[in-house]
Design a protein. Sequence first.
Length: 164
Amino acid sequence: MLIEKLIEAAVEYDRGDPKRIQHFIKVHSFAALIGKSEKLSADEQLVLEAAAVLHDIGIKNAERIHGSASGKYQEIEGVPVAEEMLRKFGCSGDFISEVCYLVGHHHSYAEDISHSLRILMEADFLVNAYEDSMSENAIISVRNKLFRSDCGTILLNKMFDLEE
């Protein structure tokens, strides 16, 4: 029920911007699928799915405040908006912290990122690679650096007809 409420709230927040709305819907779908295939606990799955819905919620304020939608500004501006939405729905402080951590780091690649953050990044890349018409070489490079889940890797390889 929470995810449906967050989707409705995020659609209202991004009202009039179908590209952004479709983006987070697709990222959520991929994240949910990958999370389930990775056998996340129910709590981890809920955090992941909430973060997937809200991962780019900071773009509007990033553009307004910083004049840029760069990943760094999305992360900075997304956390307060995500926190406010989650509080509105009565989420616990720990849940909000976990979701906001993912929202606030989904463009911050490092080798030692959490399992949930890596899944969110894989899901976001699956969508961005298509939406941004990335080259095969760029996709392969990111696959080799970022992707660890079998499900995400298989999806990427099949979507872009890549050698496995």
